[in-house]
Design a protein around this ligand. Structure first.
Ligand code: SF4
Length: 199
């Protein structure tokens, strides 16, 4: 039986507490970590997986995934164009801690994706999403840690796939580099597909 709203909220709080004490990745000790967007009402069961926390325009560690920087602005525009609201979604990251080297962002390591997959797995249980949207290759790889899906972003972007008894929609990360592979108009169509799956 699906969890009710109160049960989902309770499980999410337990998971957040667990993440606060996690030291599984050697380089991540002491970093702040954020499970996901606190504006989510959890009423609609849509989980969005991005990559990792990045710096905001102000230079602080991003307290909310895909918010407060240029990529977050693009994400907000794509959502608004598709008539999607952030509070309908639970936006998290494949890796909860900001990957940094010498004060600068670095690529997420495979071991970090694997280590952090236990929190993604916990979110699957806590939120019981009907729809999972991955943004970028790191996110698509992260969900494959939970169950193989055999998808590639380049080939399967924008398609809707059955996975773990749910719908999985792989999209590009809305950062500037996505435009190289997926023009803005195509991304808008992808988000319209996403909107249709929320009905
Ligand atoms: S990235 Fe995830 S697994 Fe690694 S220390 Fe942070 S919370 Fe733990």
């Amino acid at each position: 039986m699906p969890l009710d709203l109160e049960q989902r909220r309770t499980r999410l709080e337990v998971l957040k507490e667990d993440a606060r004490g996690c030291n599984a990745c050697a380089d991540m000790a002491g970093h702040p970590r954020n499970m996901g967007d606190p504006s989510a009402t959890l009423e609609e069961r849509c989980l969005v997986v991005a990559t990792a926390p990045g710096p905001t325009k102000a230079g602080a560690n991003d307290p909310v995934p895909l918010d407060g920087d240029h990529t977050g602005d693009s994400f907000s525009r794509l959502l608004a164009d598709a008539d999607l609201r952030r509070d309908q979604l639970y936006v998290t990251n494949a890796v909860l801690c900001p990957p940094r080297r010498g004060g600068r962002s670095r690529k997420v390591r495979a071991a970090e994706i694997a280590n952090c997959s236990r929190f993604l797995s916990g979110l699957m249980v806590a939120l019981d999403p009907v729809l999972v949207v991955t943004l970028g290759t790191t996110a698509l790889r992260a969900v494959s840690e939970l169950a193989p899906h055999g998808l590639s972003l380049h080939r399967d972007v924008g398609g809707v796939h059955r996975w773990m008894g749910r719908w999985l929609l792989p999209l590009y990360h809305p950062g500037p580099r996505a435009m190289i592979h997926r023009p803005w108009a195509a991304q808008r169509r992808d988000y319209a597909t996403w909107r249709s799956l929320m009905d």
